[in-house]
Ligand binder design. Structure first.
Ligand code: HEM
Ligand SMILES: *[C@@H]1O[C@H](CO)[C@@H](O)[C@H](O)[C@H]1NC(C)=O
Ligand SMILES: *[C@@H]1O[C@H](CO)[C@@H](O)[C@H](O)[C@H]1NC(C)=O
Ligand SMILES: *[C@@H]1O[C@H](CO)[C@@H](O)[C@H](O)[C@H]1NC(C)=O
Ligand SMILES: *[C@@H]1O[C@H](CO)[C@@H](O)[C@H](O)[C@H]1NC(C)=O
Ligand SMILES: *[C@@H]1O[C@H](CO)[C@@H](O)[C@H](O)[C@H]1NC(C)=O
Length: 601
């Protein structure tokens, strides 16, 4: 508690409020107390249901005191979940225990997310406008009041160059594959779809969650153009005997391709920007095949159903498959837990849980995992630099889905936390992320640590675990409480042998689980076989996996497919030679990539 008061004092020195400033500028209210200004020089903290009281909500109630002494710190919970494999092997096989722990994971995480949502970039107080206008991303922490003194922040480009830019490729110690990285990008772009014409605070993805708008299109008009209107299926083309998305010229949907891309390589899919990299188009192709495959099964089960019903039911099945794969393959991998995660909506039926979701700006910022990207892409015996890889669908059909999957499974992604691992080719994206978060008046990295129940860092070295990086960061920001969210997440010391540091996980997991389980199909009214066309469809959802998704949709034997690079020999072959492969002329000018895309996402 003393520490908190100290911090408040420090913060008031950092942004010293003068006459006429909003008294809430110093953020005096702690522990999620709400600051209410009363005239120019007085404020009141609303501590309702925070478990604290006092002028600044800093005095814990007795129950809070007991709870906080009993509550294990996140780093300890994480340690337990990632160690003691033999104990977990036992627990994982005792259904009652596994369910109880999974239920705890889901509720303890999702309780950190305000639902219904509260603030947005233009409203730092509760309002009907902020609640009801779906064009905005929501905000977990309210934006800093408009009339506060602006802290003296370092130049965004400098921050990127000094502490984020890659010097030499640092492989992810969790051995995430590019198959993982492109899944992340493909999956999240259905709900991170900023509407930069309106500004970074706005989104075009009004579904605010897993609605598969990246497969079916955001609007009904686009969906209709992509549909075959026969047996529920999506339009497709056949190249070399294999199914691929249709061409833009044949379906007339807008896609973002630079002019030099030939017509026969302009594929059309749900998301306008998925022509950007072959990794995205690979997943788009796989999901398109999956949709049409499930349609065949539905048609067989229900010969009486019309096109519309098959289409709609198949969409629900694919949403279910997506959530299943994200929890049990994707989050399982990324968490590094020895506890076996489980997708089972019934675990929440006896809990207080809101089946709704609103995507937060901070979640978007946090998901800028561009350090995952390598220096170059090795596909079969070819090595592609960024300028060859970006906007090149020829790679998809030349190599075919099977070979892409196998190559992406063999290549290791970069480590995200720990600093200095951002590929030069995408540095412009990082500069934008920083500029946007300033425009949206984000609170500090340490403010977010507090919001998600973590201790704020007290020094640069504690934050980075690296003297040199700490010095550089200190030169840029001066005070630890001035460090911004995005660079903070990327320079934070990674957890032991992990791709991320503590903050990105402790913040990301609540958003992620809330978004997945808050989906309508997880609610008691939806979660039953009939919603998914009967037992057959329900089984497809409940047995979905990355491996099945890939292998049921390519001809011939099952290729190597995993979110983790399976063997040490593969990671070294690419990574050890990546610096020799990587040369400056191999790198596309970052401003070109950015210009070609900034209007698109
Ligand atoms: C070679 C690969 C990639 C390229 C060239 C690329 C490029 C870009 C560009 C140009 C933007 C728009 C930035 C802006 O105008 O503000 C962007 C946004 C974004 N990227 Fe990437 N990216 C790549 C890979 C990834 C990966 C692997 C992820 C992992 C999740 C990712 C996550 C995001 C997110 C979350 C956004 C924000 C989207 C939005 O707000 O609409 N990107 N990227
Ligand atoms: C509450 O915070 C303000 C400003 O941050 C400080 O001046 C005041 O002493 C604090 N009050 C208590 C009781 O700690
Ligand atoms: C949402 O807010 C924006 C910005 O104020 C406004 O332009 C838009 O019309 C609003 N949308 C709705 C549906 O009210
Ligand atoms: C598999 O091969 C058959 C025969 O060549 C073809 O009709 C089918 O479309 C192929 N499947 C996929 C998913 O490409
Ligand atoms: C696109 O990829 C193909 C391989 O499929 C390659 O031959 C070609 O050079 C690439 N295009 C560009 C513009 O780099
Ligand atoms: C890496 O590159 C060197 C030459 O730079 C080569 O001799 C070696 O065989 C390569 N290693 C692998 C695993 O490809």
């Amino acid at each position: 508690m003393n520490r908190l008061v100290c911090l408040v004092l420090l913060l008031s020195f950092w942004i010293f409020p003068g006459e006429g400033y909003d008294p809430c500028c110093t953020q005096p209210c702690q522990n999620q107390g709400v600051c209410l200004s009363k005239g120019a020089d007085a404020y009141e903290c609303d501590c309702t249901r925070t478990g604290y009281y006092g002028e600044n909500c800093t005095t814990p109630e007795l129950l809070t005191r007991i709870r906080s002494t009993l509550k294990p710190r996140p780093d300890i919970v994480h340690y337990i979940l990632t160690h003691y494999k033999w104990i977990w092997d036992i627990i994982n096989n005792i259904p009652y225990l596994r369910d109880a722990i999974m239920s705890y994971v889901l509720t303890s995480r999702s309780h950190l997310i305000d639902s219904p949502p509260t603030y947005n970039a233009d409203y730092n107080y509760k309002s009907w406008e902020a609640y009801s206008n779906l064009s905005y991303y929501t905000r977990t922490l309210a934006p800093l009041p408009q009339n506060c003194p602006t802290p003296d922040l370092p130049n965004a480009k400098q921050v990127v160059e000094k502490v984020l830019l890659r010097k030499q490729f640092i492989p992810d110690p969790q051995r995430s594959s590019l198959m993982f990285a492109f899944f992340a990008q493909h999956f999240t772009h259905q709900f991170f779809k900023s509407d930069f014409k309106k500004g970074p605070a706005f989104t075009k993805a009004l579904g605010h969650g897993v609605d598969l708008g990246h497969i079916y299109g955001e609007t009904l008009e686009r969906q209709h153009k992509l549909r075959l209107f026969k047996d529920g299926k999506l339009k497709y083309q056949v190249v070399d005997g294999e199914v691929y998305p249709p061409l833009v010229k044949d379906v007339q949907v807008e896609m973002h391709y630079p002019p030099q891309v030939p017509e026969e390589h302009k594929f059309a899919v749900g998301h306008e920007a998925f022509g950007l990299v072959p990794g995205l188009m690979m997943y788009a192709t796989i999901w398109l095949r999956e949709h049409n495959r499930v349609c065949d099964i539905m048609k067989q089960e229900h010969p009486d159903w019309d096109d519309e019903r098959i289409f709609q039911t198949t969409r629900l099945i694919l949403i279910g498959e997506t959530i299943k794969i994200v929890i049990e393959d994707y989050v399982q991998h990324l968490s590094g837990y020895n506890f076996k995660l489980k997708f089972d909506p019934e675990l929440l039926f006896n809990q207080r849980f809101q089946y709704q979701n609103r995507i937060a700006s901070e979640f978007n910022t946090l998901y800028h995992w561009h350090p995952l990207m390598p220096d170059s892409f090795q596909i079969q015996n070819q090595v592609y630099g960024y300028h060859q890889f970006v906007f090149n669908n020829s790679i998809v059909t030349e190599h075919g889905i099977r070979n892409l999957v196998e190559s992406f499974t063999k290549q290791t992604s970069g480590r995200v936390a720990g600093g200095r691992n951002l590929p030069a080719s995408v540095q412009g994206v990082a500069v934008k992320a920083l500029e946007h978060s300033r425009q949206m008046r984000y609170q500090s990295f340490n403010a977010y640590r507090k919001r998600f129940n973590m201790k704020p860092y007290s020094s640069f070295e504690e934050m980075t675990g690296d003297k040199e990086l700490a010095d550089e960061l200190k030169k840029l920001y001066g005070h630890i409480d001035a460090v911004e969210l995005y660079p903070g997440l990327l320079v934070e010391k990674p957890r032991h042998n992990a791709v991320f540091g503590e903050t990105i996980v402790e913040m990301g997991a609540p958003y992620s689980l809330k978004g997945l389980m808050g989906n309508a199909i997880c609610s008691p009214e939806y979660w039953m076989p009939s919603t998914f066309g009967g037992k057959v469809g329900f089984d497809i959802v409940n047995t979905a996996s990355l491996k099945k998704l890939v292998c049921l949709n390519i001809n011939g034997s099952c290729p190597m497919v995993s979110f983790q690079v399976p063997d040490v020999k593969f990671q070294s072959s690419e990574n050890m030679n990546s610096s020799s492969v990587h040369s400056t002329q191999n790198n596309i000018n970052p401003t070109i990539v950015l210009n070609e895309r900034s209007s698109e996402l």
